[in-house]
Design a protein. Structure first.
Length: 394
């Protein structure tokens, strides 16, 4: 049994934020009907490619059904409305105003389908002076403050290594939609879920806002160390890098013992966390010199024996081969009919009674057009052929 077995989603999203959200719902058992234009989701052409199949697209569109509809045609729009009538959720990530021009915005659809949950995921949300601006992850990372605190001091700006602007919006979209589903069970009414990528970046700033508000100092890049906890950072060893997290005085004392630097325990510069953070440059120099004397493997063994949180800095190949990742089955191999075996990240949602399941690879463009039209709106072969001949569907 899957958690969302009886939920149907009309997916009008493309590229990453929206598709990541609907992929999450597909993993949980929802029927996701991906409605695409004739040219398809542009992510179908993003690299890497294997036998013409996009790894980018496959990674976020598994388990969905694809139907191609020309929404600019009145009949195409009517087909979509009939599909919406049978569905629980509509999610789109167009620039605000696009759906209104099509007569498919929340206000229009809410009148026809009061139980429908309408989720709009956009760069800046449905309101505010930037609402009609277009946005991509890079823009949002820059405007939302994440880039300003990422990287090393006095170096050019660096984006977060994954599309955190898109992915944060996707996950908040999932939360909002699930809350709306729960509310609908109580009230019988759907609602608008308005998710802004920019809003989500602000929400992810963690303690940066508090640090600025309380000190008046604008946070800036600190490299691989924590701004408020020390030592909580990356350190170079004889043959690589590790991360350590000595987040309290007890762990600090243990670390000093592992390093044979007990003299630091009562050093006035490092007696508590605030002092260690204030004097981090002096401490960094001491730790850097010591950690370079042994290999990553030796340090990790010693730190583990002392119960000090630490771990290696792994590349993607090492992550995929990590025994913990394998034990948790976080890499799944799917068989694509054209590209063959493909390895993708599994769902991290471990549910004891309703576990997620990857149903199928991402669909080919329009792969399920006939099936969807027959099953959901009872269209017959003659109607489908006529719509296809008139370039209404593909």
């Amino acid at each position: 049994m899957t958690a969302l077995k009886n939920i149907r989603i009309i997916d009008l999203t493309r590229v990453l934020a929206g598709p990541f959200a609907t992929m999450t719902f597909a993993d949980l058992g929802a029927e996701v009907v991906k409605v695409e234009p004739f040219e398809g989701d542009e992510a179908r052409n993003f690299g890497p490619l294997k036998d013409g199949i996009s790894g980018y697209f496959e990674n976020v569109n598994r388990g969905k059904k694809s139907i191609v509809i020309n929404l600019k045609d009145p009949i195409g729009k009517e087909i979509l409305l009939n599909l919406i009538k049978t569905s629980d959720i509509l999610i789109e990530n167009f620039r605000p105003g696009v759906m209104k021009k099509l007569g498919l915005d929340y206000d229009s659809l809410h009148q026809k389908f009061p139980k429908l949950i309408y989720a709009a995921c956009s760069g800046f949300g449905q309101t505010g002076p930037y609402s009609e601006k277009g946005a991509y992850d890079m823009i949002i990372q820059g405007m939302g403050g994440i880039v300003s605190i990422t990287g090393e001091p006095d170096r050019p700006p660096v984006r977060v290594g994954v599309s955190i602007g898109d992915i944060a919006a996707a996950l908040y979209s999932c939360i909002g939609i699930l809350v709306a589903l729960l509310t609908r069970n109580q009230t019988g009414k759907g609602q608008l879920v308005d998710i802004s990528m920019m809003d989500c970046q602000i929400a992810l700033l963690e303690n940066a806002i508090a640090r600025y508000d309380m000190t008046g100092i604008i946070p800036s890049p600190l490299g691989a160390r924590h701004p408020s906890i020390t030592p909580f950072q990356a350190l170079q060893t004889k043959n690589g890098w590790i991360m350590i997290a000595a987040g309290n005085n007890n762990l600090w004392k243990k670390l000093c013992q592992v390093l044979n630097l007990e003299i630091l325990i009562n050093d006035d510069r490092f007696k508590d966390n605030n002092l260690r953070t204030l004097n981090h440059q002096e401490l960094d120099a001491i730790l850097a010199k010591r950690f370079k004397t042994e290999s990553t493997e030796i340090w990790l063994k010693r730190l583990s024996e002392a119960n000090i949180p630490a771990g290696p800095i792994q590349n993607i190949k090492e992550v995929m081969e990590d025994p913990q990742v394998k034990a948790r089955k976080m890499i799944t191999e799917i068989l694509h009919p054209i590209a063959g075996p493909l390895r993708i990240a599994s769902s991290p949602l471990n549910l004891s009674e309703t576990p997620p399941h990857i149903e199928s690879p991402a669909p080919a463009l329009g792969q399920h057009t006939n099936l969807i039209l027959k099953q959901l709106i009872n269209a017959d072969d003659q109607e489908i052929s006529k719509w296809r001949d008139n370039s209404i569907i593909f």
